[in-house]
Design a protein around this ligand. Sequence first.
Ligand SMILES: Cc1ncc(COP(=O)(O)O)c(C=O)c1O
Length: 357
Amino acid sequence: MYSALRTVIRRRGFATNATVNGFDGAIGNTPLIYLKGLSERIGSRIYGKAEFQNPGGSVKDRAALGLVSNAEKQGLLKPGGTVVEGTAGNTGIGLAHVCRAKGYKCVIYMPNSQSQEKIDLLKMLGADVRPVPAVAYENPKNYNHQAKEYAESIPNAVWTNQFDNTANAQAHYETTGPEIWQQTGGKLDAFICATGTGGTLAGVGRYLKEKSNGKTQIWIADPPGSVLTSYVNSGGKLNERSGGSITEGIGQGRITDNLGTFVKQVDGAFTVPDEKSIAMLYDLLDTEGLYLGASSTLNVVAAYELAQKLGKGSSVITVLCDGAYRYQSRLFSKTWLESKGLLSAIPDHLKKYAVLD
Ligand SMILES: Cc1ncc(COP(=O)(O)O)c(C=O)c1O
């Protein structure tokens, strides 16, 4: 069903000098970066999949292409049609790019709590952006429900439904998973990442479990305010959501259909506090020259801690979801960091990077 995605990968291989066909062809085949400083600190091998190098700037380009390709194949989207999605930002950005490249209109519903950079970028990419109050999924005014209703109200429109349309996880099963397997030569002990829709975790997890005959461990890293750590560690009890995190695009209050395709095979989960994610954000900038968003740095904290759990010599892979560009007015602002109680979490010698007031 996803032969187009597979063909793109086969044609490009992992050669950096390969030519590709348009925006879609440039999605995927991202480098796997060895994080030298962190790895040497603990005698393990920690790698980050450089998803910020996708042409739309995030891991969600893969999901966007997978969702649109799937809608086309099912005959749900015809030339000149409209793609509608509820998204905290990155999927919308990926969709806006893919829609421009394929000639579709793009309408994005998003919680109005999201960063201004992402809203502006969506508009610049030609999307019709509709910020709505940030209310829980149970509320009919939740951005996802509004996106669905709107798509149903106009002709030749599709609600791509990134949370519960498993074409999302399938895109990672067919691209991200095989890339990681090939790039590591199958030599990896564990993969860990945080989840929003769960597409990345479920798709990569399923592929790596199958290829390794169950040997590769798959872990969930959770931000504060998400229920997945307690869900996994209690053997499937879903608690009420409480608290929150500065990270964007990750954390869940339910088991989405994408996550549901894999959650029973997850080996473990733990929560990473914002203090650690923000300290890692500054640390990676200083020691590795990587300018990453907070979901990426949460993932790296988690990979580092999991590698320590698994012991010296272990090899752990995670995802570098996007760059800090989309959040820089917050993440590098002393005032904003102070307002979140996070300025003190940054080690003194790294505070020099917080250059905005
Ligand atoms: C910055 C960022 N990191 C991580 C994720 C989570 O990826 P997934 O939806 O595949 O779980 C998202 C999803 O929107 C995101 O925007």
